[in-house]
Write a protein that binds this ligand. Structure first.
Ligand code: ATP
Length: 229
């Protein structure tokens, strides 16, 4: 079954059009990589799914239900957990407080389970979020999104700007979530990690979907055409 269905999405920033027709599906349990060069519309697509920048045309369905006219908090409550670019947490709350503040919907994830997934967060549970390293803040951002027990987890630039050892930890967690059947929409520039983690890829160019297929179908020449600099 399709969990997320997006068709013909068009989004503007004021008078300037950023999306010109994005089509994208995520099935239950599927990991979909949203790809494209800088400025092609990946973050805007994510903002439109959550109505943070509402689309002016097109449809977004979650579990068959149209959500594009809803307010962002309502969409989040229906089961979309976002790990935003720049991993925003509450800087002056502790790690544990940040996690508990995000809790919503009962399900697999609670404080104990997040601590099992990220032992580093448990070690730092009483530390203010602002004192964490970038990698730990990203773990906290993922933990916060999971605490909502999302039907769909969205990660925008999952590992950008992180030290290699932390990146590996984050990819390992993404593999664990995938193995558990978590539906994921993910943006990341590290193709060597992204492609093996994804079931399907969707490529954007100038605000529109131009290609989608399995990772093994995204040949070096297609990568060069759509993702090369
Ligand atoms: P990146 O990898 O650089 O984050 P992206 O694929 O996520 O790129 P978007 O950030 O969605 O791309 O940008 C799509 C287009 O919308 C770009 O032309 C960008 O300049 C424009 N844009 C993005 N945010 C805004 C904004 N707040 N106001 C006006 N234009 C914007």
């Amino acid at each position: 079954m399709k969990l997320l269905e997006i068709a013909g999405l068009e989004t503007f920033y004021g008078a300037s059009q950023a999306l010109f027709g994005v089509d994208l599906d995520v099935a239950e349990g599927e990991v979909v990589a949203l790809m494209g060069r800088n400025g092609m519309g990946k973050t805007t697509t994510i903002r439109s799914i959550l109505a943070m920048t509402p689309a002016r045309a097109g449809k977004v369905r979650l579990g068959g239900r149209e959500i594009q006219a809803m307010r962002p908090h309502r969409i989040a409550r229906l089961g979309i957990g976002l790990v935003p670019e720049g991993r925003r947490c509450f800087p002056n709350l502790t790690v544990a407080e940040n996690l508990l503040a995000a809790a919503a919907r009962s399900g697999r994830w609670n404080l104990g389970e997040i601590n099992r997934l990220f032992p580093r967060l448990e070690e730092r549970r009483d530390q203010m979020a602002r004192t964490l390293s970038g990698g730990e803040q990203q773990m906290l951002a993922i933990g916060r999104a999971l605490m909502t027990n999302p039907r769909l987890l969205i990660l925008d630039e999952a590992t950008e700007g992180l030290a290699p050892v932390i990146r590996n930890d984050i990819w390992a967690v993404i593999r664990v979530l995938k193995a558990e059947g978590q539906s994921i929409l993910i943006v990341d520039k590290t193709l060597s990690e992204l492609l093996p983690s994804a079931d399907r890829c969707v490529v954007l160019e100038k605000g529109a979907t131009v290609w989608s297929g399995r990772p093994d179908e995204l040949t070096p020449s297609l990568q060069d055409r759509y993702l090369g600099v």
